[in-house]
Design a protein around this ligand. Structure first.
Ligand SMILES: Cc1cc2nc3c(=O)[nH]c(=O)nc-3n(C[C@H](O)[C@H](O)[C@H](O)COP(=O)(O)OP(=O)(O)OC[C@H]3O[C@@H](n4cnc5c(N)ncnc54)[C@H](O)[C@@H]3O)c2cc1C
Length: 483
């Protein structure tokens, strides 16, 4: 039986990983972009939420709590960083804000969220000494944490590949053949046809478009933009936890949080887009100013201008129902939609994969899953020299001098790490960046970008002029200036 997953974000890749563990399934992942995890999974807050704020009774509330429980083991297996930093929803000495904390606590208890308690100003000050004096109370959630979601997508697809699954990138699904209410095959832009006994649509903000290719009707997506500012590691010492303001109708609010590589992230905004513009990830002056003002009101001085290294935006695939839409279709019998995966989609993703593979697929295909006898469950540790003690680095350099040739000075990434990333599947400058963090630091690739392009050219055996930043048309060179 062949099962095709469309969309290589965190959801699709984790579904593929689970399918690849089954003996009676041949699994295929098709991703439109040239790499995995480059859709919604790339641009978000990267928080593994505790699960206290999603309204009790919603699908997202249940899957968030379950996903949080699965996250530590998942990241251990995929060799992806995960830090349980804890989160704080902070409130002023104001009855409405305090009431909101109590409501969140109650809702969290009903959802089964772990590690929740309300704390007062003394404890708050101890945890976050740089928090504004205005905040006197907080809901502390010790089970919340931070991760690198795009790395989960890349690593999960790698495990899938190792267990026999096929992964196709840079070739969107554009058509299909349906007979007697069943998808028979899917057609890619390149003309490739793939037979399918079951299709999973996990295409992020594109889930309506892809569903319509199959004649499947899904709740219309309403895009909500989130703009962010990334601060350099210089700001890293100012906070330890994920700090939320008291939430409003608009959502969780603009926050201040650490990143796994010791930077700080500010944002996001929450802006409903009037039309369906899935490529609109532009930032705006107003949006970024709102992010700065909100961050400064939580942690005064955090947005000092010389710490800002990047701004970016992501799009949430929301709906009027404001809940996930994960369903087998009634009319097209072998089609499952994993749609409207808004926040907390990355937290919920491991639980979404279990729901799809353990419950929905067996229901619609009437088959019982047979696990393979031997599978890869764990990716080998990749050594990042900036995380190792000096003695260990010296030993590695003795064995292989490329460990000592630092290409990205900001994040201390060696030529060996870049070569390993290319051998594991990176084909572009962004492919290297998202696997190694080279180009993610203070200079944002200004110094190392050129060197990385040369290494890509050498390792992939392509001309320098063929090296791309990310997608097909994103060339970095358009010719020689001297013969
Ligand atoms: C601003 C913002 C903040 C967020 N913060 C958090 C947070 O802190 N914690 C949390 O838990 N969640 C958060 N989320 C939600 C989370 O990021 C998403 O729910 C999650 O990343 C969705 O993953 P996905 O795999 O469903 O979608 P995607 O990552 O978008 O993957 C879908 C993939 O499908 C591909 N695709 C599209 N069309 C086709 C086609 N025709 N053929 C083949 N492939 C196709 C796309 O290229 C894409 O790679 C946030 C979201 C946003 C936008």
């Amino acid at each position: 039986m062949q099962i095709v997953v469309i969309g290589g974000g965190i959801c699709g890749s984790l579904i593929l990983r689970k399918l690849s563990a089954l003996r009676n399934v041949s699994a295929v992942l098709v991703e439109a972009k040239s790499d995995l995890g480059q859709g919604v999974t790339k641009a978000n807050s990267a928080i593994v939420h505790g699960g206290y704020d999603d309204p009790h009774g919603t699908v997202r509330a249940a899957l968030c709590v379950k996903g949080n429980d699965l996250f530590a083991d998942l990241c251990e297996e995929l060799n992806v960083p995960f830090k349980r930093t804890g989160s704080l929803v902070v409130a002023r000495d104001n009855p409405d804000e305090i009431k909101k904390l109590e409501e969140l606590l109650e809702n969290g208890k009903k959802n089964g969220a772990r590690g929740l308690r309300i704390i007062g100003k003394d404890e708050l000050k101890k945890i976050e000494p740089n928090l504004s004096e205005d905040y006197k109370h907080a809901l502390h959630c010790s089970s919340a944490g931070i991760t690198e979601p795009w790395m989960i997508a890349i690593a999960a697809a790698n495990i899938g590949r190792m267990n026999g699954a096929r992964v196709i990138t840079g070739d969107p699904v554009t058509g299909c053949n349906i007979s007697d209410g069943h998808v028979e095959d899917i057609i890619l832009e390149s003309g490739t046809r793939i037979t399918a006994d079951c299709v999973i649509n996990a295409t992020g903000v594109h889930y309506n478009e892809v569903a319509s290719i199959f004649g499947v009707v899904t709740p219309p997506v309403k895009l909500r933009k989130g703009q962010y500012i990334l601060l350099d590691k210089l700001a890293g010492g100012m906070i330890k936890s994920i700090i939320f303001p008291t939430p409003s109708e608009e959502g969780k609010g603009k926050l201040v949080l650490p990143t796994v590589d010791r930077g700080v992230l500010l944002g996001p905004t929450s802006e409903r887009l009037d039309s369906y513009t899935p490529d609109d990830v532009a930032t705006s002056d107003k949006g970024l100013r709102d992010v700065i003002d909100a961050a400064d009101s939580l942690v005064p001085g955090i947005s000092r201008y010389n710490w800002i290294i990047k701004s970016f935006a992501g799009l949430r695939p929301d709906t009027d129902e404001r809940d996930f839409f994960i369903k087998a279709d009634d009319r097209v019998k072998n089609f499952i939609t994993v749609g409207a995966i808004r926040s907390p989609g990355l937290t919920a993703a491991p639980a979404i994969a279990e729901l799809v593979v353990d419950e929905l697929i067996p229901q619609i295909l009437e088959f019982s899953a047979e696990p393979k006898e031997r599978i890869v469950t764990r990716l080998p540790k990749t050594e990042k020299i900036n995380e190792l003690p000096f003695k260990e680095i010296a030993r590695m350099i003795d064995d292989d001098p490329l460990h000592g040739r630092i290409v990205c000075q900001c994040n201390e990434v060696s030529e060996r790490e870049i070569i390993n990333a290319i051998r594991e599947g990176a084909k572009t400058i962004d492919g290297v960046k998202f696997r190694t963090r080279a180009g993610f630091g203070r200079c944002q690739g200004s110094f190392c970008g050129w060197r990385i392009a040369q290494i890509l050219s050498r390792e992939l055996g392509i001309e320098l002029s063929e090296v791309r930043l990310n997608e097909k048309d994103a060339w970095i060179l358009n010719g020689k200036v001297r013969p």
